[in-house]
Each structure stands twice: as structure tokens, then as C-alpha cells.
Design a protein around this ligand. Sequence first.
Ligand SMILES: Cc1cc2nc3c(=O)[nH]c(=O)nc-3n(C[C@H](O)[C@H](O)[C@H](O)COP(=O)(O)OP(=O)(O)OC[C@H]3O[C@@H](n4cnc5c(N)ncnc54)[C@H](O)[C@@H]3O)c2cc1C
Length: 291
Amino acid sequence: MKKVIIVGAGPAGISAALYLQRSGRFETTVIHSGASALEKAEKIENYYGFAEPITGKQLCENGIAGAERLGVSFIREEVVSLEYDMEMRPVVHTDKGSYGADAVILATGSARRSIPLPSVHEFEGKGVSYCAVCDAFFYRGRDVCVIGSGEYALHEARTLAAVAKSVTILTNGKEMSAAVPEGIAVDTRRLAGITGNDTVSGVDFAEGGSLSVSGVFMAVGVAGSAELARKVGAETENGKIKVNDKMQTTLPGLYAAGDCTGGVLQIYKAVYEGASAAMSLIKDSESLKNL
Ligand SMILES: Cc1cc2nc3c(=O)[nH]c(=O)nc-3n(C[C@H](O)[C@H](O)[C@H](O)COP(=O)(O)OP(=O)(O)OC[C@H]3O[C@@H](n4cnc5c(N)ncnc54)[C@H](O)[C@@H]3O)c2cc1C
């Protein structure tokens, strides 16, 4: 049986899982790190089928329970990267392991990273990057930093450590929530801004002092869909994944659904896109070589 991994257990991911699992043609696994945007919604009363308002948390739990009842597998891990293997099959890397699949659906919701630091946007593409595997090469033998404090920041730092002269994780006042290996420095001071002329030359700290770096890699929170898509070379636009009307990204075997594709950020749209991605995948599995 073909294997499909869905990243995200919100309305989009669960909706895709239901259609795939009920087709009887796929082994469906949902990998998720816990929080869906929906869990923050106190009261939902604009979604079909509820006589009384339901909390977002309850709606999420109902969705997961329904998918579990049908036999969908769930893995509670944080996805930090995505790549293709030699046979062009997608591989999902988490903070705990790696999982190969025949296809992947990204449904990780809307991006919510990037701390409001002066000059971040000014230096995007001029030293500020959102993807270590894409841009590490440009920083061979140079000093770089990663802004973040979790598994995702650590993953980006490890990728950079293979080529950069030095890598410092800047936590911006937070404690590091992942164990940092030797060779990667950590600085917990609060940040004030990014400095440079045409390109990045350093980072200033709020309490004074600075760190000289040529590259600043943003890795706040967990990797969002756009970051994961970019790592494998799928096109994104304004932080959202580019998809066609079949929810296919620009790469084979990679689909996206829900808030991560932009547009109306509502449950009905996430559910519709999750179902559409699943139905495209079912159809593609008959024609595409690597599905
Ligand atoms: C406060 C609030 C109130 C809202 N009220 C309403 C409302 O009344 N009606 C309505 O229709 N919509 C409402 N929304 C919007 C609605 O919640 C979203 O449109 C919907 O949840 C999007 O679904 P999704 O599946 O695309 O993403 P999400 O529900 O955000 O799910 C994302 C999933 O991806 C997982 N994930 C993310 N990154 C990773 C990673 N790196 N590794 C592993 N897993 C990851 C998360 O754990 C989660 O399971 C509200 C949103 C908020 C924040």
C-alpha cells in the first residue's frame, strides 16, 4: 500500500486523512506538533452541523478521534525539514526521526514566526534568510546566527555548522528548549535589531553590545509549511505555498491545504482544501510514476 504523510492535524490535515483512509488505498499517517489555530477559538458558530456553538478545542478533538476510528495513524513530533531521496520520494524529518512516504500533504496552518525586529524585512535576501539548507552554501567560512530557541532553531544551526565558521543561536531572552551540541554557541540576550549597510554585518542586543555576523537565519517557533516547502524547492509567495486548483504544489508528490495556502483563513476552506488534496492524490496515484 502507498504511504502518505500529512503534516498537521488541524481541519485541513484531518479532512485529507479522512478521504485518503476511506479510499482504502493508502497507509495514512498524520504527524503533528500539537497546537492547531482552531484550539484558540473559544466558540465556533459559523461551521455546518452544530445546533449549539462548539469550542475550537472540542472540534479539533472530535476531528482527531474520527480519523483515529478509521485507522489513521498519528505521530506527535515536530517536523523540522523535508527533502526528496534519490528516488524522488519525499522524506519528512522530525525532531525524533525520519519518515519516507510516496506523497506528502502539508497542512501546518498559517505562518506565525519572525519576531518584530527592526530591519528584518529590509535585509531579507541580503543576509536575512528563512532556510538554512537553501542558503547555507553562501555562508561558507563565515559567522552566522540563528534566531529561535527550539528544535527547529537547532536543526537550522546544525545545517549551518557544517559549512559556517561559527554558528550562534540567539534566543532573544528565552531559554533554549532543546539540547545544544558542542560547537554551536547560545546567547540568550534580548535582541534590538539587525545592522548593516547593503548587507547584514551584525546583530545588536537590547542591553548593549553586538555580535558580528554575515547571516541571520530566522527559525522562531516551529517550521511552518512555507519554510518546509522552500527547503525542497517548492514555490512560495508572500509566505504561502503556491498550489493549483488540485492543491498540487510545484513539486511532484507534494500537496498543500488549509491556512498555509493563503486566502480565506477559515475552517470551511481548510476542510475543502484538505479533501481536494486527498482526491487529487488518489487520482494522481493512478498516473504518476512515483506515487
Ligand atoms: C482565535 C481564533 C479564532 C478562530 N475562529 C474561527 C471561527 O470562528 N470560524 C472559522 O471558520 N475559523 C476560525 N479560525 C480560523 C481557523 O482556526 C483556521 O482557519 C483553521 O484552523 C485552519 O486549519 P489548518 O488545518 O489549515 O491549520 P491549523 O488548524 O492551524 O493546524 C495546523 C496543524 O499543523 C501542525 N503543525 C504546524 N507546524 C508543524 C510542524 N513543524 N511539525 C508538526 N506539526 C506542525 C499543528 O500542530 C496543527 O496540528 C480562528 C482562528 C483563531 C486563531
